[in-house]
Write a protein that binds this ligand. Sequence first.
Ligand code: UD1
Length: 337
Amino acid sequence: MKILVTGGLGFIGSHTVVELQNEGFEVVIIDNLSNSSEEVLKGIFAITGKMPLFEKLDLREKKSVQEFFKEHNDVNGVIHFAASKAVGESVENPLLYYENNLGTLVYILQELEKKDEANFIFSSSCTVYGQAEKMPITENALVQQPMSPYGNSKKIGEEIIIDTAKATNINAILLRYFNPIGSHPSAEIGELPLGVPQNLVPFITQTGFGLRQELSVFGDDYPTPDGTAIRDYIHVVDLAKAHVIALQRLLNKKNLDKVETFNLGTGTGSSVLEVIHSFEKVSGKKLPYKIVPRREGDITEAYANTDKANNVLGWKAQSTLDEAMASAWKWEQKIRG
Ligand code: UD1
């Protein structure tokens, strides 16, 4: 079975390639290296002993996408990670986000609709729920107008897939991720943020390493037990495994609808201070931090109801926050070492 993984050299993509290869799938990666590096291939090889096929290709070039699918007409499934994901940048440059995240999606679906049957897994985000009214968040929670073009590109992406699946032979699963963190326990692959990290965990590990002076905690006046915002941090290896299970569900025709949606989280919310304390515990380091005002656009809390993923998909996150933080710390030390 040959699986196309777009964005397969990125953070979640590379971990998913490892899990796919561990399960015996043949993987072909498309990546334009805009936020990743070819070096990641070595990490994947070190873990799995297999080198995936790699095509450096920009999915915005429709011709290249067409040529790729002509050459690889034996692809059985597609996991589509390739996208831009910086919220602030998307506000400044919305068209880049709509082109990168939606134009490319359309080109891939146009190739898949030519097939007798196609299986498609889409990287979506819990950002589509905005500040949900009820915790934990189920898949039936209202999808709200996102605050950023990035978030909107995920919402529209889902809609494009739903409309297309209705009219074609494409079956799809939309995976709504909560907050992916950590790295492969081998520390051969992990998160490689460009410049100053926008996300909490890479900022923490870089600060722990001494690369940043201190962490700014965005707000301690939220209506939560310790006043800091709450998220559902999920180990990236758990998340990667969910992709393989979702893909197998489509390949084995076990899906109940042409498009199914699953939340991927642990089901447990952790506050920013709890994440800091977890880091301090697993690293043995004191983390310098200060409280600053809230970040614009941030919500108070988001954590997943995982019943559907547990019962229907048959998948459950295994790692604890401490394990995920320990892996993130191991990776940080490895890349700076
Ligand atoms: C962010 C995006 C979200 C995107 C996700 C992708 C925003 C507003 N949201 O989610 O749309 O899907 O990344 O990974 O950017 N925090 C600090 N100090 C920091 C960094 C973060 O206190 O230096 C806090 C945040 O306020 C938040 C929590 O840590 O409460 C997690 O932040 P982050 O890792 O950026 O994730 P989200 O904001 O949940």
